[in-house]
Design a protein around this ligand. Structure first.
Ligand SMILES: [Zn+2]
Length: 70
């Protein structure tokens, strides 16, 4: 019996799901900061990975700005 895999973040059975094991640890940390229940056994869809990626980039950019302003 196969259980259809769903993205833990949006709850949708998406076609392109990434296993938590394959997500970069920096991304995994960002996911877990918003979704503590998500772990490396969980799946996340590519859409959400992209969202988190963008969020992470904005976050790093902001941190860089803060450092520059000092
Ligand atoms: Zn999703």
């Amino acid at each position: 019996m196969t259980v259809p895999k769903c993205c833990l973040i949006c709850g949708q059975p998406k076609r392109h799901l990434v296993s938590g094991k394959l997500v970069r640890s920096t991304i995994a940390q960002l996911i877990q900061s918003n979704h503590p229940e998500w772990n490396e056994q969980s799946f996340i869809c590519l859409d959400d990975v992209n969202d988190v990626n963008q969020f992470g980039r904005q976050y790093s950019a902001r941190m860089a700005d803060v450092r520059k302003g000092e």
